[in-house]
Design a protein around this ligand. Structure first.
Ligand code: HEM
Ligand code: SF4
Length: 565
C-alpha cells in the first residue's frame, strides 16, 4: 500500500514541480474560470508566491473542518513595501485598488507591507498589473521565499542614524524578490537592515538582521554591519544569534544571499513544515554561532572580519509617532498612529493628498503598523498634524493607541481563534478611559492564535487568542505573555499563566498597570518592572488576587498545509 504523502512532502513536491513566478498566465486563466475552478495546489500553495492568500469566512479556525478554517472565494493580497518607502502615487493606487476591489479596507502590516482583502480571482490580474505599473509588487510577499526586506522607515532622514542603508535594502529587494534562484526555500525567510541606533525594525526576529556599526580601520572610520541570524517568532520564538562578523558595506548583498543559500540547501529542514525555519538549525540541530559562521563563510567564499563592539539600544520602543526634525535643513517627518494598522481607501487617498500638499509626496510605513509623511517643511507640520488627526490618525496619541498592534484575526484569517482588529481598537479605547495620562510607552500586541503574526512575544503586554467556555458558550479569550522586549533588554515575553475572556482584558490590564504605577521604583520603566517580578506576582496583579497558573495551551493540531503564513 502506498504511504500517504506528508504535508511537508506534498509542499516540497509542488514546489519542485513548478516555480509559480513563471506561471502568471495560469492566474490570468483563473480570472476567466472563477474561484471554484482554481486547483487546490494553487489555492493552498502557489498563490502565495504572488502574495495572495485565501481569505477566511470570519469564523477563523472554527469555520471549517480538521483544524482548518473555511475559505471564502476571495483573496487577501499582500503588497511589498521594501524598507517601508512609498510615494503618494503608489499610495493612491493602493487606495484605488482597495476601493474598487477590496471593499474599501486595507491593513498596514508588521513588515511594512499593505494588505488588501476581498479580492476576487477575476480582479487579480488587474490588481497585479496596476501595482506593477506603480513600481510595486506582491512577488514573494508570502510563500517559502525571501519576504519583504524591512528597515528603519526614517533611513536617510534621521539626524542620529549611523548610516542610511536603504539603498542596500532596495537593491537586495530588487535582486532577490522574484529571483528564480530563491523561489524554493524550505520556508519563509525574513531580512531586516537598519542603520538607526534604535534597531526599530527588530533585527532580532529576522532570519538575517543587519545593524549598522562603525570601526576604525586603517586610520579611517568605516561603517559596516553586525550580523544576526535565525531569529523568528511563531510557536517557538527564537531571538537571532549574533555572529562574530563585521559585514562590510560591499559584503551585505552577498551575505544576505549567502544565508539564503545556506537555508535553501539545509535539506533536513524540509521534512516538517512546522520546523522548517532557519532557527531550527539552532533549536533542534545543535548549530551554534560558530558552526553557522563556518558554513556561511564557505558559502559566500570569504571570511568576515571580527565583529565590532556595538551598543544595543536601551529601550527599543520607537514608533516614530509625532513631529521630528530631519537631518535635512528645514524639514521634518510627521508620524501618525494607525490603531492596529487598519485603514480605509478614503483615508489612504486623503493621506496621499496631504503628503503632496504639505510635503514632497514621500511616505513611509513602519513595523508598528503606522504611517509617516516625510520631507515636510517645518512651517507645514502643525497643519499636517491636525489634518492627519482629523482623519483618524493621531499625531499625538496615548501610549495605548501608539502601542497597539494586531494580526489579521478571524475577520480574514483561517487559522484565527479570536477576532483581533476590532478587539484591539476597543481595548485601546477602554484603556484610555481607565488610565488617562498613563505615562509609559508600551507595546500592546494582540495575536489571534499562537502563530504570533502580531508579534506578541516581543511586546510588553502580549495577548494570545484562545477560546474559553462562558455560560455554556465559546467566547474569545486571551492568554497573557508579559515582558517581551528587544534591544539591550531583549527577552521573549513570559507566559505568566493568566487567561481571561476578551471582555475582562481591559480590567486585568488596568489592575496590572495601576500596580506598576504605585509600586515602581523611581524612573523604572515597564520592561524593568516586569523583569523584576515573578510570573506569580504578575499573575496576581492581573487577576487582582492569587490565582493558580493556567497552562498556555498549544494549538490542538498542526496548521494544515493550506493555511500557513
Ligand atoms: C503556520 C502559520 C503561520 C505562521 C507560523 C505565521 C507566523 C507569522 C509571524 C511570526 C509573523 C511576524 C512577522 C515578522 O517576523 O515580523 C507573521 C506575519 C504576518 N502574518 Fe502570519 N503566520 C502564519 C499564518 C498566517 C495566516 C494564515 C495569516 C492570515 C491569513 C497571516 C497573516 C500575517 C500577516 C498579515 C503578517 C504581517 C506580515 C507581512 O507583511 O509580511 N499569517 N506571520
Ligand atoms: S496570529 Fe497569524 S495565523 Fe494566527 S490569527 Fe493572527 S494572522 Fe492568523
Amino acid at each position: 500500500m502506498a504511504t500517504k504523502e506528508t504535508k511537508a512532502q506534498r509542499v516540497e513536491r509542488l514546489k519542485r514541480e513548478k516555480n509559480p513566478w513563471e506561471a502568471l498566465e495560469e492566474i490570468r486563466g483563473f480570472a476567466r474560470v472563477g474561484f471554484p475552478a482554481i486547483p487546490p495546489e494553487w489555492l493552498g500553495t502557489y498563490m502565495r508566491w504572488w502574495g495572495v492568500y485565501t481569505q477566511g469566512d470570519g469564523a477563523g479556525v472554527l469555520g471549517g473542518a480538521n483544524g482548518e478554517g473555511k475559505a471564502l472565494p476571495y483573496f487577501m493580497v499582500r503588497i511589498r513595501i521594501p524598507n517601508g518607502i512609498l510615494r503618494s502615487s503608489q499610495l493612491r493606487a493602493i487606495a484605488d485598488l482597495s476601493r474598487r476591489f477590496g471593499r474599501g479596507v486595507a491593513d498596514i502590516t508588521v513588515r511594512q507591507n499593505f494588505q488588501l482583502h476581498w479580492v476576487t480571482p477575476e480582479a487579480l490580474p488587474e490588481v497585479l498589473e496596476t501595482l506593477q505599473q506603480q513600481g510595486l509588487t506582491t512577488l514573494g510577499a508570502c510563500g517559502d521565499v525571501i519576504r519583504n526586506i524591512t528597515g528603519c522607515p526614517v533611513a536617510g532622514l534621521d539626524a542620529d542614524e549611523i548610516c542610511d542603508p536603504s539603498p542596500l535594502a532596495l537593491e537586495a529587494s530588487r535582486l532577490l524578490a522574484g529571483n528564480a534562484e530563491f523561489y524554493n526555500l524550505p520556508r519563509k525567510f525574513k531580512v531586516s537592515l537598519t542603520g538607526c541606533r534604535d534597531w526599530c525594525s527588530y533585527p532580532e526576529i529576522n532570519d538575517v538582521g543587519l545593524t549598522a556599526v562603525t570601526r576604525q580601520f586603517r586610520g579611517q572610520t568605516e561603517t559596516g554591519f553586525s550580523l544576526r541570524v535565525a531569529g523568528g517568532l511563531s510557536t517557538d520564538p527564537h531571538l537571532a544569534v549574533r555572529l562574530n562578523a563585521f559585514v562590510r558595506w560591499n559584503q551585505v548583498i552577498d551575505t544576505i544571499r549567502g544565508v539564503a543559500e545556506l537555508f535553501r540547501t539545509a535539506d533536513g529542514l524540509r521534512e516538517h513544515r512546522e520546523r522548517a525555519r532557519l532557527k531550527f538549525l539552532f533549536l533542534r540541530e545543535g548549530w551554534t554561532a560558530e558552526t553557522f559562521q563556518t558554513e556561511l563563510e564557505r558559502v559566500v567564499g570569504f571570511k568576515f572580519d571580527p565583529a565590532e563592539q556595538e551598543l544595543a539600544p536601551h529601550d527599543i520602543y520607537r514608533d516614530h509617532i509625532g513631529i521630528h526634525p530631519q537631518k535635512q535643513e528645514g524639514l521634518s517627518f510627521v508620524g501618525a498612529a494607525v490603531v492596529r494598522g487598519r485603514v480605509s481607501a478614503d483615508q489612504l487617498q486623503a493621506v496621499a493628498e496631504l503628503s503632496e500638499r504639505f510635503g514632497s509626496g514621500d511616505l513611509r510605513t513602519t513595523v508598528m503598523q503606522n504611517l509617516l509623511v516625510v520631507n515636510v517643511p517645518h512651517h507645514n507640520t502643525s497643519s499636517l498634524a491636525k489634518e492627519l488627526t482629523d482623519l483618524g490618525f493621531p499625531v499625538q496619541a496615548s501610549p495605548f493607541v501608539r502601542g497597539a498592534i494586531a494580526c489579521s484575526g478571524t475577520e480574514f484569517c483561517k487559522l484565527a481563534i479570536t477576532e483581533t482588529k476590532g478587539f484591539s481598537r476597543w481595548l485601546t479605547e477602554e484603556l484610555d478611559d481607565r488610565l488617562p495620562g498613563f505615562d509609559q510607552e508600551l507595546k500592546l500586541h494582540v495575536t489571534g492564535c499562537p502563530n504570533s503574526c502580531g508579534q506578541h512575544w516581543i511586546a510588553d503586554i502580549g495577548l494570545e487568542g484562545k477560546k474559553i467556555k462562558s455560560n455554556g458558550a465559546l467566547v474569545d479569550a486571551y492568554y497573557f505573555c508579559l515582558g517581551g522586549s528587544v534591544g539591550a533588554l531583549q527577552s521573549i515575553a513570559r507566559p505568566v499563566g493568566y487567561r481571561c475572556s476578551a471582555q475582562e482584558v481591559p480590567e486585568a490590564i488596568e489592575r496590572l498597570l495601576r500596580q506598576y504605577r504605585v509600586t515602581r521604583e523611581p524612573g523604572e520603566n515597564l520592561r524593568r518592572y516586569f523583569a523584576r517580578h515573578s510570573n506569580e506576582e504578575l499573575r496576581q496583579f492581573l487577576a487582582g488576587q492569587q490565582v493558580d497558573p493556567v497552562e498556555r495551551d498549544l494549538p490542538a493540531a498542526a496548521a494544515p498545509h493550506t493555511v500557513e503564513g
